[in-house]
Design a protein around this ligand. Structure first.
Ligand SMILES: Cc1cc2nc3c(=O)[nH]c(=O)nc-3n(C[C@H](O)[C@H](O)[C@H](O)COP(=O)(O)OP(=O)(O)OC[C@H]3O[C@@H](n4cnc5c(N)ncnc54)[C@H](O)[C@@H]3O)c2cc1C
Length: 541
């Protein structure tokens, strides 16, 4: 039954952000309602059920830290958790905190309009709910708006098609089938080795090769688990201060100040350990092109060593962007998969896809007949899920229109003109450049304190000033341009979506630095924000 109720807060999304937000708001004694488009909790881990889906932050770190009993009780079975295990974890948290009773599943929020007279958000869903709330929290996810490429004839294919980000729950049996995989980003790199072991034949269509580091995934090492659990609080505190929110060894030397021998030894050591800690090999890998080249060439040489056909190896070896400036991938036998007799690589940069036909995929070099197509083509990152909701703020201003030239926020938490509308891990915050659970917890904790602050003072609204927002946008751009990141045509820049403005979306200043800034702003009485009572809200209309 559609409702027309009034709540203290509406939360959109029941991934890790929405779940924790609900828990914290309940603790404040608030009535919060969550709407979730999926049929259960988990967000990313609910939707992305493709074969090989796995976290590339270590399990001991990719988990909530807010409840010590929870982190002590839960046991991860592998160094890097698989999607089913992370989904079980999300379900466990929802049960343990009894969260589901305030979540309405299979319900998509379609609009959120601010009523300035009453200082309330009016929220509508595709199920006919029309509800109001003082606060509206967008926990809609950075990577939740799956994107299909604009290829002529895309819908004419006669067989089944799949997107990695909306994988069928019952799984897909590729036995005996010829499969096309379009895309070679993180999801493809995880899925291709697993699909290739099952399918009769796999053709991979690659436009841009990505750097990938072996995960060295393994069953959880009991000693390592104990090390974390023996002092979880202290280890987590250290992780929160890191640039990425992930605890790993950072070498503070420049790649250019050491001998060739020492440099190679450091890369070899990190390659052998596996995972994204590879990028911590030297301090200047993301700021100095010459330093970066040494790491990039090391990985290219590894690819050349793993892939037997030199032509295929060269196509797989990324040369168009510095290593780490596009999301670095973590894999299990990705490059080795191209040595299999049932796997072929098509270089779409050389022979572009012209069309999808009823029988398969046609490139300039001819048609590849397949039975199934897997689109591993990623997401409309960071802004896609928000743009899909009609969000109107003060004076009816439309968020999508305001952001037509790129998202503008203060701290990635709020946007001027949209009082009491919060984004968790929004554009302009470290978000996708970090261990996202660390960033989610930081945002939720900050927001909870902020709402408690308003309530304690009998205030109704909070909204960033235009000056604070402009300053934050300028600061974000300035910090990004001190690094090599903007030199890559990546989804961090919106470059995977035709027509999307090229703006560096996440805040690159680092999780630790960012947290300090947010805390300082709160301690200074929410500097850069305008706090008001209902009367002020109406007066400002
Ligand atoms: C394949 C993949 C691998 C990843 N691996 C890592 C990793 O290794 N480490 C890492 O830190 N992060 C990783 N991420 C990022 C991951 O998204 C975050 O770690 C985290 O799960 C985000 O949680 P969230 O709650 O913010 O968003 P999500 O998990 O995306 O949840 C958002 C939810 O909001 C719902 N929603 C959106 N719009 C609406 C609407 N209008 N109405 C109702 N519901 C709506 C969606 O259905 C979704 O369930 C990965 C992402 C993907 C896609």
């Amino acid at each position: 039954m559609p409702t027309t109720q009034s709540y203290d807060a509406i939360i959109v999304g029941a991934g890790f952000a929405g779940l924790y937000m609900l828990h914290r708001l309940r603790r404040l004694g608030m009535r919060a309602q969550v709407y979730e488009a999926g049929s259960d909790v988990g967000g990313t881990w609910y939707w992305n059920r493709y074969p090989g889906a796995r976290c590339d932050v270590e399990s001991m770190q990719y988990s909530y830290s807010f409840d010590d009993a929870l982190q002590q009780e839960w046991s991860w079975s592998e160094r890097f958790a698989s999607q089913p295990e992370i989904l079980r974890y999300a379900g466990h948290v929802a049960d343990r905190l009894d969260l589901r009773r305030d979540i309405q599943f299979d319900t998509r929020v379609t609009s959120a309009h601010f009523d300035a007279k009453r200082a309330l958000w009016q929220v509508a869903t595709d199920r006919g709910d029309r509800v109001t709330a003082r606060f509206c929290v967008m926990a809609t996810g950075c990577l939740s708006a799956a994107r299909l490429p604009e290829i002529p004839g895309r819908d004419s294919f006669a067989g089944p098609t799949y997107h990695t980000g909306a994988w069928p729950h019952e799984g897909v049996d590729f036995t005996g089938r010829r499969v096309a995989v379009i895309g070679t980003g993180s999801s493809a790199i995880q899925a291709i080795p697993v699909i290739a072991r099952q399918a009769a034949h796999v053709t991979v269509f690659q436009r841009t090769p990505n750097f990938s580091i072996p995960s060295r995934n393994a069953p959880m090492d009991a000693e390592y688990e104990n090390w974390w659990k023996s002092d979880y609080a202290a280890h987590r505190a250290k992780a929160r201060a890191m640039r990425t929110g992930i605890l790993y060894g950072l070498n503070d030397k420049s790649a250019l100040e050491v001998s060739e021998e020492e440099r190679q030894a450091e890369y070899e050591r990190r390659w052998a350990n596996g995972g994204t800690a590879f990028m911590g090999a030297f301090s200047d890998l993301i700021t100095n092109r010459q330093a970066n080249d040494t790491a990039a060439e090391f990985v290219r040489n590894k690819i050349r060593g793993m892939v037997r056909d030199p032509k295929v190896a060269e196509i797989l070896a990324p040369k168009s962007h510095p290593i780490g400036t596009k999301r670095i991938c973590v894999d299990t036998e990705y490059y080795e998969t191209f040595n299999r007799p049932n796997v072929a690589l098509v270089d779409v940069a050389a022979t572009p896809i012209e069309a999808i036909t009823p029988a398969g995929v046609r490139t300039a070099a001819g048609e590849v007949a397949v039975d199934d197509i897997v689109f591993a083509t990623g997401f409309d990152a960071m802004t896609g899920a928000l743009a899909a909701i009609e969000i109107r703020g003060r004076d009816g201003i439309d968020l999508a229109a305001k952001w037509a030239e790129g998202p503008r926020t203060y701290l990635g938490l709020m946007s001027a003109g949209f009082p009491n509308l919060f984004m968790i891990t929004g554009p302009g915050s470290p978000s996708v450049l970090s261990n996202m659970i660390v960033s989610i917890e930081q945002h939720v904790d900050w927001l909870t304190d902020c709402i408690a602050h308003l309530r304690a003072r009998g205030l109704d609204t909070i909204e960033p000033t235009q000056e604070a927002e402009d300053g934050w946008v300028a600061h974000g751009n300035e910090v990004a341009h001190r690094t090599l990141y903007p030199s890559a045509a990546s989804w961090y820049m919106g470059a995977n979506i035709p027509g999307k403005p090229r703006v560096f979306l996440p805040y690159i200043g680092g999780v630790g630095v960012y947290r300090e800034k947010c805390d300082a702003i709160a301690a200074a009485g929410y500097e850069g924000f305008r706090l008001g009572g209902q009367n002020q809200a109406a007066a400002a209309e």
